[in-house]
Structures are given as C-alpha cells and as structure tokens.
Design a protein around this ligand. Sequence first.
Ligand SMILES: [Zn+2]
Ligand SMILES: [Zn+2]
Length: 631
Amino acid sequence: MELSSLEARIKEMLPKEAEISKVSLEGSEIVVYSKNLDLLLEDENLLRALAAEFKKRIHVRADPSTRMPAEKAKEIILKLVPEEAEVSNIYFVPENGKVYIEARRLGLVIGKHGQTLKEIASKTKWVPELWRVPTGSSPALTGVRHTLIKHAKEIQKFLKKTGEKVYSEAKPLQWSRLTPLGGAREVGRSAFLLETNNSKILLDCGINVASRDRAYPMLDSISFPLDELDAVVISHAHLDHIGFIPYLYKYGYDGPTYCTPPTRDLGVLLMMDYIEVLMREGRDPPYGKDDIKEFVKHCITKDYGEVTDITPDMRITFHNAGHILGSAAVHIHIGQGFHNLLYTGDFKFGYTRLFDMIETRYPRLETLIMESTYGGPQDIQPPRYTSEKMLIQTILETVDKGGSVLIPVFSIGRAQEIMLVLEEYARNNEWDIPVYLDGMIKEASAIHTAYPEYMKRAIQRRILHDDSPFDSEIFIEVDKSKRDQIAEEGYSVILAPSGMLTGGPSVEYFKKMAENEKNTIIFVGYQSEGSLGRRVQTIGLTNGQGKEIPINEDGKTVALKINMRIETIEGFSGHADRNQLISFFKKVTPRPQKVLVVHGEEKKALALSRTLSRGRLEVDAPRILDSVRLR
Ligand SMILES: [Zn+2]
Ligand SMILES: [Zn+2]
C-alpha cells in the first residue's frame, strides 16, 4: 500500500481528536505523528485495531510542536526515574521524536507494567528508547551509540527512503531463486543472493579469514551494480557472516542491513579488530573504519520475533539460533504465501550454558537452508559434562607441573562459554589459578551484559542482580605488554583469540609457549582447513610432539619445535554436531520440501545431504554460483 492511501486509511480509523499530523514510513515501520499522544497511549484498543488492519505494530510519536523542550524534559525524566536505575546519558533526537535513555538498570526505567515509560512519554511527549549500560567498558558499543545519535538526521532520511521502497508496488511474483556466492561446500565467506522478479537481497556477506585466495564472496559474478541490491540480512556477528559488509558500502551499496542489536555491536567490534590486525601485519584491508561506520548508519536492528517487511515482496523474522549472542535463524516469507524459507545461519541444537537451542517451529516452510560444519560421519561431539570434566582435568594436570594452558578461542562465543565453565568450577571448588583474557574477550563479554535478554534465564538473572559471571575475580584482562611474562611464568590459563591461530594474541602466546613441554594447548572450537590451528591439532592427533613446523616470524620463515601437550576437547562448539543437525532436521516444523546444505567442507556437506535425502524430499549441497530455483 502506498503512503498516501495508507495515511488516508489510518486517519479514517482513528478518532478526529487524535489529531494526526503526519504518517511516515521509516524503514519498515509505519509511524503516526499525533498532536494528542496521550489519547493514543491511553486507549490501547486504537493501536491494536491498526495493528490488526495492517498486520504490524504501528508506532506513535508526538507532533514536534507539542514536545517539551529537551532541558525541561530531561529534568522530568530524572525525577520520574529512581536514582538506583543509574541513568548515565539522555539524548534527545528531534528528527525522530525519541529520547534515548542509557541506564544500568533498565527495569527501573520501565517501571511496573511499563508505567514509568508511559509517564515519560505522556509528560514530555518524547518517546523513550532504552539502552542498557554494560558492566564493563566497550568502546565499540559506545562508538555505535554515538554514531546513531550524531548522524540521526542522515539516518532518518535513509529510513524514509527505505520505507518508500519497501512499500512501493510489486509486480506479480513469477519466480525466486537462491545463488551461493560463498560459504557453499566450504566454511567461510558465507553469502547467498536471494532474488525474485521484484527483489534482490543478500543473506550474510562474510570473509574467510583462513584463506588468502578464497577470502571474499564472489560479488563480481553478480550481473547488476551493488546499488540495485535491496537489502542485506545478517544471521550473526562472526566474520565469516558479517565481515565483508563494509566493502558493500565502500563500493556503492547504500541500502539497509538487517540484524539483531547484539549482532550490530559485536560485528563492529570484530570488523574493527579485523582491519587493525591486517594493518599490523602490513596487509591492505578491503575497507576502512569509515566504511564500518556506514554499516552502523545503515543498520536496521530487529529483535527475535519482530516481523519486518524488507522489500515489497519479502518479509523476514529473526529467531533464536543458539549459536552466539544475537545469532538468528532467518525466516523469509516471499509474496503472499509464494514461498517460505528458513536460513539457519550457524546454529546449536543441544545444551550450552549461554543460550537456548535453535527454534524449531515456524509458521510456514518450504525450503530449509542449513549449515553442516559438523556434518561428517565422524563429527559426533561427546556430552557436555564429559567435555567440561576433561577441560578442568587437563588444566589441573598442566598447572600442577608448573605449566600454563593456552586456549585459543573466538572472542565471541567459545570464550564466554569456557569462561562460564571455569567460573562455576572456581565458585564451587578451591581455585587460585589466574585466567588471563587477552584480545577482545573482555570487551565482547561486556557487550553480552548489555543484552541479558538474549541469554538463558539463569545468566540473565545473575547479570540483572549485579552478579555477572563474566566479572568474576578469576578473570584478569591483559594486554600486549604482559604477554612475555605470562607465557614464561606458568600456572595460569590463557584465553586468547583468534580461535584457529590465524592471527592475534593466541598466535603470539603459541610461539612463546610451544617449545616448553610443561605447557598445554587446548582446542575447543572448529579449526578451519589451512589454518595454523588445524596443523597443530593434526600433530596432536597423530602423536607428533617434537615435530618442527615452519612459522612466520617478522616476515621470515623459521622452524618452531612443538613440545607442548596438544589436546582437542570437543563438545564446547556453538555448532550442532552431526546428530544434532539430523535431529533438528527431523524436528523442524512444518516439514520442508527442499533442503539446501551449506556452510560445511565439501565432504561434510555432501555426507549430510546424502543422509538427509530420503523419500521425496529434495536435498542438495549446491556449489558456489549454482543457482537453485525455489519456485
Ligand atoms: Zn558463527
Ligand atoms: Zn559460520
């Protein structure tokens, strides 16, 4: 429906006294500006009727002429919100009529049944939007919030332009197809082009950090300029899904990127680090900091369960995927029931300490696109309690001999999962072993505390009660200057990224610790083909201790003798193992008619697709650039 008819219909449905001054489309949101905000806030039936009519929530804001001056409004807000809420910032954005309240205890800002929020809106005529202050500092998160405030005007303009495109007239649907541009029969650089005769969107746009010649998705294969792309949708913040987005903005794309709020913030943290690591190594990054900022300005965030129109014929909903903070399985409804697909992204269908398992029930489903990282016949993970016991035991054995344990981890996901295991053990047992966190682990953990509602109840409760497990005193944040000393002194656990020894502090520690047989390295996550992690892991699995491997030291290749103990402990992965992949497939409802297996090494993707193809179900592991017609 176009804006003019939309506006007419809304005015018709609301009483005259609501004094609607404007209806505007901001991204996929329909926003009604009123000179009588109180009337719309008090009578919930009015908005409910609108939501039923347009099948989506209608947002209301006060007409600018009725809003209280910012200074006065700030005073009122500080009076209404109790001091214990620890409000740290209040920003007024005239462009969208919102007041952004940043506080430690959001519950107290919201009030019982949202009473305080309602009062703020009613008294000041500014609509409150809440930002939780994390328990530790996060420059990335602060930077994102500043960008959103500082560029509010530009963002508002962009949202209107996007809204007009989303609500423009669509031609009758004739076809839809999916083309992998990366992340098919391989892990890394995930990117899938989804097209209809009306729309072109990209699902994920990642980087393979373990590869030089196959690092980026094959964007040059698409036959249209980047500015014709309608939207980008991101499943989660890992670089193999989000890492190449700023490149799109650098080369002409100026449309929206949809993701959950934690994905945006964690994504910025990882992208910043990615380009910094490249520059330190003397390599040219594919984009700069300004391009990351463009991503932030064009980011439209949605929580789980929010139904969002992203083009005239596509509607998406994010669902929990259980993989990392904010990770989403993306449900896409094309046309009025023309086709429905679910893109799982990376997912977990088993127990973890941080997250509930991936959602299995969807309204409609014809095509399932699922990952297969652990899709091979051997990829069965042990039960979690066995893995946790082994982890603790290996640590204790190592420190008893005076050695240290290096655990290379992704700074987001495995790091926090391992931290929770160690924190619980330390709480219930005698424990005096320092756990050093290097790289961005501490900051990534802090971002977790800004989004407790994205984690399991038990952790949510602890964070809300100022007892965040991530802030336990066993964890000590360290930086570059301490690395030599820590690697030498022994009797410690070191958590450091990157998780596959492809760069970053874990590689530094590894070089310093490898020759000492008292030390141990424990792999707890997936090691990609071609990564240093995979090479070291293989030495461990073939009892090759004492072997020398060539390694890069200040641009020269030198031999490093590996005397340290090498352990791989499976079971901590944020990915479903083979059994979980199969049971998810069996549980997901409704039953899909077609399954596309992606995000797995060739052998594993093929193995899983062979296992799943039974009966009349169409199963395929498409190759990059193999277009699959959906309908
Ligand atoms: Zn991932
Ligand atoms: Zn991935």
